[in-house]
Design a protein around this ligand. Structure first.
Ligand SMILES: C[S@@+](CC[C@H](N)C(=O)[O-])C[C@H]1O[C@@H](n2cnc3c(N)ncnc32)[C@H](O)[C@@H]1O
Length: 268
């Protein structure tokens, strides 16, 4: 359904609000921990599919949540802050959503310790443009957190995520559309599945890995393959399972979603 959204703003379904809650809570801790422990190093947040900054039913898209987490961490750590600045990179391909995001965030950052960088480009080109603008932006020592949140299964090239994850203290939160990947897998040639899945996984290991599994388990296999097998240097995978809940269960729905999340996949 999300692949069909054409408007600048749209209504966030509950799992989207839950996803932003996870991002907001995780980033607050992430900024705080590195802010206290990394003298003079800049902290980098990259929002690769930034969106318009808000929803018709919520004032906080991921960029707003990230800025709020950054401001909160700077304030709560206070004089114990040892790191350099927080750099927030927002990449959004759609021109109207990009303009909306600029208008939304433009006046609200207002903290000299937070620097913003905006790119109206596809994710991959936005990273290249950042590197052109700031040579070696996230030097190996700089902690980096990237949020990769495309519509649907496509648009997240393995090579670029691998490049981000090859750095020290790099973390990537991926909205991994396992249902969409399952649909592409099942549609085979009709969905041009081979090049698409090769691009997502970085190789064609999915052909053998998925041979004998029941496909309702695809989300586990997909996530596991993605994070642990392909990224041998990746030490840890935390999986948040966002599932739909029935309408009658929508009281305190966000909490329900988060409690229902499966957190798993620890790996040495
Ligand atoms: C799921 S929405 C992002 C929502 C946002 N991260 C949030 O949580 O509020 C995906 C966004 O990615 C944008 N987009 C689609 N393809 C893109 C690409 N290749 N590079 C960057 N942005 C893209 C879409 O216009 C859309 O705004």
């Amino acid at each position: 359904m999300s692949a069909k959204i054409k408007s600048v703003l749209w209504e966030a379904p509950l799992h989207t609000l839950a996803k932003i809650s996870i991002l907001r809570a995780y980033l607050s801790r992430w900024f705080g921990i590195f802010g206290r422990s990394r003298p003079r190093q800049n902290l980098w947040y990259v929002d690769g599919f930034a969106g318009p900054g808000e929803y018709t039913n919520s004032p906080s898209g991921s960029p707003v949540a990230a800025i709020a987490s950054a401001s909160e961490a700077l304030q709560s750590v206070g004089p114990q802050w040892k790191a350099g600045k927080i750099h927030c990179v927002f990449i959004e391909h759609d021109a109207k959503r990009f303009d909306h995001l600029i208008n939304k965030l433009g006046s609200s950052v207002g903290n000299p310790n937070i620097e913003t960088h905006f790119f109206n480009l596809p994710f991959v080109d936005g990273l290249t443009a950042l590197k052109d603008q700031i040579p070696n932006p996230f030097s190996p020592a700089s902690p980096l957190f990237a949020f990769i949140d495309p519509f649907g299964a496509k648009g997240v090239p393995f090579a670029d995520i691998k490049d981000l994850l090859s750095r020290n203290a790099a973390e990537v939160l991926i909205n991994f559309d396992s249902d969409g990947i399952g649909r592409i897998f099942r549609a085979e040639e009709a969905a041009n599945h081979e090049p698409i899945l090769n691009g997502i996984f970085g190789d064609d290991s999915w052909k053998t890995d998925w041979l004998n599994i029941e496909f309702r388990m695809s989300y586990i296999v997909a996530s596991w393959t993605y994070t642990s097998k392909n990224y041998a240097h990746c030490r840890r995978c935390i999986m948040f399972l966002l599932s739909r809940c029935a309408p009658q269960r929508t009281s305190s729905t966000t909490i329900w979603y988060l409690q229902a999340s499966i957190i798993s996949g620890w790996r040495k």
